[in-house]
Design a protein. Structure first.
Length: 71
């Protein structure tokens, strides 16, 4: 359970960093959040340094409260 809590924090921090990076793009919040989720699933989880994320439940980042990351 403690690993999942740390994983949730990691996902939140990563999603917030990615969101702040695309904040100046003139699109509504929903497409940005969708792209961030796809980026995490299709790119970040496949990187060698993030292979540990595959051992944990994907529901952690799917249920992340992404609207709370937007300033």
């Amino acid at each position: 359970m403690a690993r999942h809590a740390g994983y949730a924090r990691f996902c939140y921090n990563l999603a917030r960093t990615l969101y702040l990076g695309v904040m100046d793009i003139k699109v509504s919040r929903t497409p940005k959040i969708s792209i961030i989720k796809k980026t995490f699933t299709n790119f970040i989880k496949k990187q060698p340094e993030y292979q540990w994320t595959n051992a944990l439940s994907s529901r952690v980042y799917q249920n992340l409260s992404l609207p709370s990351i937007a300033p």
